[in-house]
Design a protein. Structure first.
Length: 95
């Protein structure tokens, strides 16, 4: 899988954000017209930057986060699954 070309990673106000690249695309806006930006945790931002522009698997993501943060694998697996679900639901993650 990979991040959609329709979204870009940015740091805004010290926070990692995944936001639409083309703001004229109506599908990337909410009903009120606001952009569909996703504020990311520090580890999610790091992981998405780590794989930006290339293909990766769920296992690649879990391994990278566990190695980088020396985190508990079971917790990381749960968090990565949740993040990927969110990213898929808004079209930011492509299989």
């Amino acid at each position: 899988m990979k991040l959609s070309d329709r979204y870009v990673l940015r740091e805004v106000g010290g926070k990692g954000v995944l936001m639409p690249e083309r703001v004229t695309d109506a599908s990337l806006r909410t009903a009120s017209g606001a952009l569909r930006a996703i504020t990311l945790s520090g580890s999610a931002f790091w992981m998405l930057q780590h794989f930006e522009g290339r293909e990766f698997s769920r296992q690649d993501a879990v391994d990278a986060v566990c190695d980088h943060y020396e985190a508990d694998r079971a917790i990381v697996e749960k968090d990565v699954s949740s993040l990927f679900g969110t990213l898929r639901s808004c079209g930011a993650l492509e299989d």
